[in-house]
Design a protein around this ligand. Structure first.
Ligand code: NAD
Length: 378
């Protein structure tokens, strides 16, 4: 079977779905490997490293796709690619199916088996395949580095002969994978850190990293976590109480890092225009949820907004791609770990009853098959 790795075409995407180390493993498993020319350039991986690892380098994307049994990508193939790929080929990537349903339909219509890697179940056995975790972890780190680079003051407390510099106060909203790494990174830089979430389980995790946990606790929070570990959308009453608490805390902060997401829904609005107006000049907000609609009312995807009261709101797109070399290496290993149990004698023969395969398979045999993407009963 032939496994191919495509070059990503989307704006601000510098990652690649396989690195020379994983290419070697695929070759050792008996697969023929081909890489689209320049696929690794954005992650500092020249074509020569892939050919040294055993891959063919192919410049003609159509020819590459026409030959493929397995296609590895970061952001999935585009609808225009679909006719070039053999019916029945497996395509792995992050397909963003809730926002890009038409693309998934086109790929499904071409008879491809689409594995949407963002659907990897949050179970222990799948941890090494969890692309959302590997990428969010890096995004949480980078968000703090971006905030520190934008902030006109130091993060740590410094006691000098010329006087004392106070430590920066950082608030992290959403203490999932990205948020916890943001807390750890801000602590390492010497900031005083607080954090909030709707899931009570986050409290212990925040405190174990030295953060101060701030949260509205009521009956609703007992059911705020789904069985998959994600947050639910909260009621209007909860949102009102949470907004009052955030408003009070935020006015005292220098930096806010927002990471709150709800799968399949727009990101919750946590920082209103009035809250931004209450912040001190020089404060910085980094909104990691900007591409899902944003946690801050004033953030703009791909832009840095400076408000009249001197607050800078950073809205980088695709933050993991800003650390493309590390992000690619981890993502590539996630895919290898996902495929490996189903590779035998140079072929990919997925066990469709396996919880991880079934949980990830978005389309097969011409139809969309994932339960989260099928019309929901009323
Ligand atoms: P996510 O990216 O979906 O959301 C980020 C955080 O925002 C979450 O902690 C969520 O609770 C929080 N949030 C949502 N709405 C909010 C609101 N209105 N106000 C404040 N916070 C809000 O989450 P994630 O990083 O993917 O992690 C979700 C959960 O899955 C966590 O419990 C994490 O520990 C768990 N997890 C488990 C595994 C595993 O077992 N394999 C792997 C990764 C993550």
């Amino acid at each position: 079977m032939k496994l191919v790795i495509v070059r990503e075409g989307r704006e601000a995407e510098h990652r690649v779905a396989a690195v020379p180390e994983t290419v070697k493993k695929y070759c050792a498993a008996g697969l023929a490997v081909a890489v689209e020319a320049g696929a690794g350039a954005g992650a500092d991986l020249p074509d020569s490293l892939y050919s040294d690892a055993g891959a063919d380098i192919v410049a003609d994307r159509k020819a590459l796709l026409g030959d493929a049994d397995i296609v590895l990508s970061v952001q999935g193939l585009e609808a225009v690619d679909a006719p070039a790929v053999k019916k029945g080929a497996a395509v792995l990537g992050v397909f963003n199916p809730f926002q890009e349903g038409d693309r998934l339909k086109a790929l499904a219509g071409a008879g491809l088996s689409v594995f949407a890697m963002e659907f990897i179940p949050r179970i222990t056995r799948a941890q090494s395949m969890d692309v959302l975790s590997s990428q969010s972890n890096l995004a949480g780190y980078k968000a703090v580095i971006d905030a520190a680079a934008t902030f006109g003051r130091a993060f740590p407390m410094m006691m000098t002969a010329a006087g004392t510099v106070a430590p920066a106060k950082v608030m992290v909203m959403g203490a999932g994978v990205a948020g916890l790494q943001a807390i750890a990174t801000a602590k390492r830089l010497g900031a005083v850190v607080s954090a909030t979430d709707v899931r009570p389980a986050a409290k212990e995790q925040v405190e174990s990293l030295g953060g101060n946990f701030v949260m509205v606790e009521d009956e609703e929070t007992q059911a705020a976590e789904t069985s998959g570990g994600y947050a639910r959308e909260m009621s209007d009453e909860y949102k009102r109480k949470q907004a009052a608490l955030i408003a009070e805390t935020l006015a005292k902060q220098d930096i806010a890092i927002t990471t709150a997401l709800i799968p399949g829904r727009p990101a919750p609005l946590l920082i209103t225009q009035e809250m931004v107006a209450s912040m001190k000049p020089g404060s910085v907000i980094v909104d990691l949820a900007v591409e899902q609609g944003g946690n801050c009312a004033l953030s703009k995807a791909g832009e840095m907004v400076v408000t009249d009261n001197g607050v800078t709101i950073v809205g980088h797109r695709n933050v993991p791609s800003r650390l493309a070399a590390d992000a690619s290496a981890l993502y590539a290993r996630n895919l290898l770990n996902f495929l490996s149990p189903h590779l035998a004698d140079g072929a990919f023969t997925p066990d469709y009853d396996d919880e991880i395969i079934a949980g990830t398979l978005a389309a097969r045999d011409g139809a969309i098959v994932h339960e989260r993407l099928l019309p929901q009963p009323k």
